[in-house]
Design a binder for this molecule. Structure first.
Ligand SMILES: NC(=O)c1ccc[n+]([C@@H]2O[C@H](COP(=O)([O-])OP(=O)(O)OC[C@H]3O[C@@H](n4cnc5c(N)ncnc54)[C@H](O)[C@@H]3O)[C@@H](O)[C@H]2O)c1
Ligand SMILES: O=c1ccn([C@@H]2O[C@H](COP(=O)(O)OP(=O)(O)O[C@H]3O[C@H](CO)[C@@H](O)[C@H](O)[C@H]3O)[C@@H](O)[C@H]2O)c(=O)[nH]1
Length: 435
């Protein structure tokens, strides 16, 4: 089947390459010419494990092409919309500028019978509006809202073997459901659960899932705050409650909290949308989820100051991690970068190490110094902060690192190091939520 993917960022580029690997003829369209040039050459413009191979294979077979010209998408039976929905610059709600522009442009090339599939994360009510506009512009074209649940770092596997697929439909168009079933035929044949529902539910499923995940992280971080005052150990606490299968250990990783291009902006947009709908009380708790999360960053700065004897001014700090999480080069709302920038603003000499994210980090925080090498970042450091738990940072040897620093002081912002091992090697070890 001929398919188009509009918007080839972290979501769309993976989706396009994955759909080509399923045997479809795919054209990816993006307004960013340098991104298109890179993708067309078979080179991902960002770091995502597994994507280089998938992309190269699709491009080399001629099954996957990229263009800045939306007209190339003409003739596709299914058009996936994967453009960004960032936080608005002037408030907590979602910025729908890119979605609206993409749909308006699609009206010019979509034919009756085509199916437009929304994958971007949008406020509830958006799909119904876009469907009405599409029906008016192109009678006989259909809209399905098919939210995406992939995680960066696991995006290829999550796209080809999702936990579930969700179709939001307007109820009157079995042809639309059938077209999407044909696109995902091999995914569905593997037994992937498929939920067909209305537009509003499909939109809400997406933000509900992210809200739940964010709440789980903030719950354990709230427990970390209590552990800090009461003297408990949040890692042991998480292990203990996580053995209860109703709770589960995943997403109980206490530490610096969540960032990225999804969880923070999605919970804020959800609260903003609920307010607009007059249902502000329903998700008011998400404001506290956000607040708990941001307090972790402030606490990390505070602990670093304590370790430095009260002030970081003039201190040399080695920061391990810039990406919002390991296995990604994404620095959108990165807790690590936020903390590094705050410390630099307070007068510290900060050097940040990250295996993949230094270029993106330098673009948004040019005032910091960067390297891809942990030992280099920590040379002569008075204190080392572990802020993104890349495997190479988790596996650092306390003596190897101890040989390059000025003072053996470690603040583990992700609770991934063994305190006994580091203390045994003569380090002052501090963490969030642990004695
Ligand atoms: N990143 C993820 O892991 C992920 C996972 C699930 C859902 N989502 C959702 O998917 C959407 C996209 O997220 P992302 O992280 O890929 O964003 P992104 O910023 O990486 O990519 C968006 C892309 O859309 C392009 N674009 C903007 N306007 C366009 C237009 N009119 N026509 C063509 N291209 C256009 C941009 O140039 C950019 O390349 C968001 O709604 C996000 O919430 C993201
Ligand atoms: O126990 C945990 C787990 C995660 N995090 C942090 O939470 C953030 C988000 O992590 P993760 O959810 O793995 O990354 P994303 O790639 O942003 O994926 C989320 O956001 C996507 C975009 O909406 C969704 O598709 C995914 O299902 C959802 O997991 C990162 O900063 C992590 O460091 C923690 O602090 N503790």
């Amino acid at each position: 089947m001929k398919i188009s993917v509009i918007g080839c960022g972290y979501l769309g580029a993976v989706h396009a390459a994955a759909m080509a690997s399923l045997g479809h003829e795919v054209v990816g369209v993006d307004v960013d010419a340098s991104r298109v040039a890179s993708l067309a050459a078979g080179l991902p413009p960002f770091y995502e494990p597994g994507l280089p191979e998938l992309l190269r294979s699709g491009v080399e077979r001629g099954a996957l092409t990229f263009s800045t010209n939306l007209r190339e998408a003409k003739g596709a039976a299914v058009h996936f919309v994967c453009v960004g929905t960032p936080q608005r610059p002037d408030g907590p709600g979602a910025d729908l500028t890119f979605v609206d522009a993409a749909f308006t442009a699609l009206h010019e090339i979509v034919a009756p019978g085509d199916v437009v599939v929304g994958k971007s994360t949008v406020p509830v009510g958006t799909a119904a509006r876009l469907a009405a506009e599409l029906a008016e512009a192109v009678p006989g074209a259909h809209l399905v809202w098919n939210p995406e649940f992939l995680r960066e770092g696991f995006a290829v596997g999550d796209t080809l073997s999702p936990d579930r697929v969700v179709y939001g439909v307007d109820g009157a168009a079995p042809a639309a459901t059938e077209a999407l079933d044909a696109v995902y035929a091999s995914v569905l044949a593997a037994g992937t659960p498929r939920i067909v529902t209305d537009f509003a539910t499909a939109e809400l499923v997406k933000v509900a899932a992210n809200s739940f995940l964010a709440t789980k992280i903030s719950f354990i971080n709230a427990m970390a705050e209590l552990c800090e005052t009461a003297g408990g150990d949040v890692v042991a606490l998480a292990d203990a409650i996580g053995h209860d299968e109703r709770i589960g250990r995943r997403f109980l990783g206490a530490g610096l909290g969540f960032g990225g291009g999804c969880l923070p902006k999605d919970i804020r947009a959800f609260v903003a949308r609920a307010d607009e709908l007059g249902a502000e009380n329903a998700v008011a708790f998400l404001r506290e989820v956000d607040a708990i999360n941001l307090r972790r960053r402030a606490r990390m700065v505070e602990v670093t100051e304590e370790v430095c004897g009260g002030s970081v001014a003039g201190r040399t700090i080695g920061v391990l991690g810039a990406a919002f999480k390991p296995e990604s080069d994404d620095v959108r709302d990165s807790p690590a970068l936020d903390v590094a920038a705050t410390l630099a603003a307070r007068g510290a000499h900060v050097v940040v190490a990250d295996p993949q994210a230094t270029a993106n980090a330098a673009a948004v925080r040019p005032e910091l110094r960067y390297t891809t090498n942990a030992l280099e970042a920590c040379r002569d450091a008075d204190v080392v902060l572990l802020l993104t738990e890349w495997r190479e940072f988790r596996e650092l040897d306390p003596d190897d690192l101890g040989a390059v620093v000025h003072g053996r002081r470690m603040v583990d912002g992700r609770n991934v190091l063994d305190p006994a091992r580091w203390r045994g090697a003569g380090w002052t070890y501090r963490a969030l939520g642990r004695p």
